[in-house]
Design a protein around this ligand. Structure first.
Ligand code: AQP
Length: 329
């Protein structure tokens, strides 16, 4: 039986954090056997917010190394850099021309990100979901494993595929989001009402980066915002404690009842200490692998080149068909 094809991407903006890992990358890694996998460092998405060119270049390669360190296996998955394959931006233009402005205006991520920087809202940020649709549709992807925050963009990609197929004939596979319950929305440690985000990493206790040292991880969890109730339970109305328990569950894979029993009668200090220990242990092999990979630049470039040529073959076929159907010469 043919495996379903999975596509997902991650932006090289800032340092990859626990939310990116638990919401997306960990699932990519764990399901590599089950699916046919295509993973991409989406650097063209990153420039929808102004970036320093040399830092962007460096972070792009760093993130590729980090994905391999997390366990992306090049024998089971295609890994490549988005800007190396021009069909992504070419298809994004074709999709832009069939997407109503109203659909893009409804995107909550655009509203959030433009509210953060109201004096410099770039057209690229508004159009970003079409580039994401192009990423997904180019590879005829069945499934898109993402965190909860990306659900709306995947729905737009589905609508776009359905619209194109209706108007120009069957062309794209209509993708489905793949969002797991645990880890789908990891919140900021400093403010558990806001999602953990790379763009807030200037706040010192907001996020845990995968490259943070054990000392830093302990320090950040110690400062995590909780509440004054003093009871350790999976209660969504108590966002701080819930977030810590959610992170703990992602690493220990224990059931809710087991975790609540483990912490019955304990204080928040103990909870923070145990969560920090679980995270440190869970991230240790990743940090070690990342350090090793950072000195193996030739290996990294070879993997990326192989990924690129495999991805290009699929992307070129889909783009050619789409272009012809639309009537472009
Ligand atoms: N807090 C989160 N919890 C769970 N999943 C998350 N993801 C992001 N934040 C969380 C998922 O990580 C994948 C890669 O995200 P991205 O880098 O492409 O885009 P993003 O959502 O814009 O990531 P950030 O970290 O929040 O960056 P900024 O600050 O730029 O907005 C996606 O699958 C995403 O769902």
């Amino acid at each position: 039986m043919q495996k379903s094809r999975v596509f997902s991407g991650i932006q090289p903006t800032g340092n990859i954090h626990l939310g990116n890992y638990l919401g997306a990358v960990k699932n990519w890694v764990e399901n590599q056997e089950k699916y046919e996998n295509i993973f991409c460092v989406v650097n063209s998405h990153a420039i929808t917010i102004p970036q320093n060119p040399s830092i962007l270049r460096e972070k792009t390669y760093d993130l590729c190394a980090m994905l391999l360190a997390c366990g992306i296996n090049p024998k089971k998955s295609i890994l490549f850099i988005q800007s190396k394959i021009q069909e992504h931006t070419s298809l994004a233009w074709l999709l832009t021309c069939i997407t109503p402005m109203g659909d893009l205006s409804r995107m909550t991520q655009f509203k959030d990100k433009s509210a953060k920087n109201p004096k410099q809202i770039l057209a690229g940020l508004f159009n970003y979901p079409n580039l994401m649709s192009a990423d997904i549709l180019l590879y005829q992807s069945n499934l898109v494993p993402v965190g909860e925050d990306q659900k709306q963009h995947i729905e737009l990609a589905r609508d776009t595929a359905i619209r194109f197929n209706r108007d120009f004939g069957e062309t794209f596979v209509v993708p489905e989001p793949l969002i797991l319950k645990e880890g789908a929305r990891i919140m900021g440690l400093d403010d558990p009402t806001k999602k953990m985000s790379k763009s807030s990493s200037d706040k010192p206790n907001h996020s845990i980066a995968l490259i943070d040292t054990p000392e830093t991880i302990i320090k950040k969890f110690k400062k995590a915002t909780t509440d004054s109730e003093g009871i350790i339970a999976f209660d969504k109305n108590r966002a701080g404690v819930y977030n810590l328990l959610n992170i703990y569950q992602c690493f220990t894979k224990q059931k809710v009842e087991e975790i609540e029993a483990e912490f019955a009668g304990q204080g928040y200090g103990k909870l923070k200490e145990r969560v920090a220990e679980a995270v440190i242990e869970g991230l240790r092999p990743i940090r070690q692998a990342y350090e090793k990979l950072s000195s193996e630049k030739d290996y990294l470039h070879r993997i990326l080149q192989e990924g690129e040529s495999r991805a290009r073959e699929i992307a070129a076929t889909t783009y050619k068909e789409t272009k012809e159907k639309i009537g472009l010469i």
